[in-house]
Design a protein. Structure first.
Ligand code: SF4
Length: 126
């Protein structure tokens, strides 16, 4: 089981090997491998520190130095996908929801408002 903040489904989708630190990038690759290597991998959607935050330099005393931004991204992601904090589902099903509910309708910008990494995600579609 992987614990995931909802908006991290988008970060994983657009991950190209960049991140906050070498430790963060190493952990991100590990998490992606775990999720993708087994079609039965499950995630639980959480509202606080997850398995990605655990290796992030912005994670201090179990809270994020980015303030309220990640909370907003999480809530926007959940609303568009029709999911709730605490939901457990197959990673592959969450990926499909992100694809059909956020990416295909071109709503990425609605979720990731003022995210410093958004330009990378948007460039992937150009
Ligand atoms: S920036 Fe915040 S929400 Fe994003 S991985 Fe780091 S601690 Fe988690």
């Amino acid at each position: 089981m992987i614990y995931l903040r909802p908006h991290h489904g988008l970060c994983i989708h657009h991950f190209i090997g960049k991140g906050y630190s070498d430790t963060f990038i190493f952990n991100m690759k590990n998490i992606i491998n775990i999720l993708e290597d087994n079609s039965n991998s499950k995630i639980t959607l959480v509202s606080c520190e997850d398995d990605i935050c655990g290796s992030c330099p912005n994670n201090k005393d179990d809270s994020c130095l980015s303030g309220q931004k990640p909370d907003y991204y999480d809530r926007a992601c959940l609303e568009l996908c029709g999911l709730n904090f605490g939901d457990t589902l197959y990673w592959q099903d969450f990926k499909k929801k992100i694809q059909t509910s956020i990416l295909e309708p071109n709503k990425l910008k609605e979720v990731c408002v003022n995210c410093e990494w958004l330009y990378i995600c948007e460039n992937l579609y150009k």
